[in-house]
Design a protein around this ligand. Structure first.
Ligand SMILES: [Mn+2]
Length: 232
């Protein structure tokens, strides 16, 4: 089962297209999301959009989480309505030519608090450090440690409750595991996610996820990770 962990050019091309479809879906969501939309409506929109752009399916059920829902890493979309001052987390992926993409952003809807901004900043900087560390030859456990240590240093260590990332390919979760105790090392043309998060139960959550083609420049998505605030 591990024979495709290092991707060939055709596989990388398919994954790039799967990622572009999701980049376009994210643009479409940012342009149309409005107060009163429900998590379920936004998730349905994303799924229809991806299929209309040539995706053969979704990598997994799309996660859309508003406000306190964002504190659950695997939140299932509900009829919760979007309100001013909420953070919105969207985790989504498309399948193209048999290969998956995986992408998460959290953005602000309207006016958010200093604490929400601080938590975003913690995850933003952690994720950037993780992406920089995800180089050929890096130990997966070390990449995880870079993200985790930064979040701990900012005082939120107890709220980062999952591994930093995972391999992606014909299924959305495959080796290597970018987490504590992983003995794997990153190799050229592996594809891994870097997706630290902070989850404060009953209150809020932030996750930022990018796919990295190891040994290539930067991340696969064209979207940056600076905080986006939607006001409308
Ligand atoms: Mn992921």
């Amino acid at each position: 089962m591990d024979c495709n962990i290092v991707k060939n050019q055709d596989q990388l091309r398919a994954m790039k297209r799967a990622a572009e479809i999701i980049d376009d879906a994210y643009d479409a969501v940012l342009a149309r999301i409005k107060e009163g939309d429900t998590e379920r409506e936004v998730a349905d929109f994303i799924e229809r959009f991806a299929l209309s752009q040539g995706a053969s399916g979704l990598s997994f059920d799309t996660i859309v989480a508003f406000g306190a829902g964002g504190a659950e890493p695997h939140h299932v979309p509900t009829d919760c309505k979007l309100e001013n001052g909420m953070l919105v987390t969207i985790d989504m992926g498309a399948v193209y030519d048999g290969y998956c993409s995986d992408f998460t952003r959290t953005f602000a809807f309207g006016e958010i608090s200093d604490k929400q901004r601080e938590v975003y900043d913690v995850v933003y900087r952690s994720q950037k450090l993780g992406v920089e560390a995800a180089k050929v030859g890096a130990g997966c456990a070390d990449v995880d440690k870079v993200c985790r240590d930064y979040i701990a240093q900012r005082g939120y260590g107890q709220y980062f409750i999952h591994t930093t990332g995972h391999g992606v390919g014909s299924v959305v979760h495959e080796p290597p595991r970018v987490g504590m105790g992983s003995e794997e090392t990153l190799e050229q043309n592996m594809v891994v996610t870097i997706e630290p998060g902070v989850y404060i139960a009953g209150e809020m959550g932030v996750r930022i996820e990018d796919m990295v083609f190891v040994g290539h420049d930067g991340v696969v998505s064209r979207h940056g990770t600076e905080l986006i605030v939607i006001n409308k």
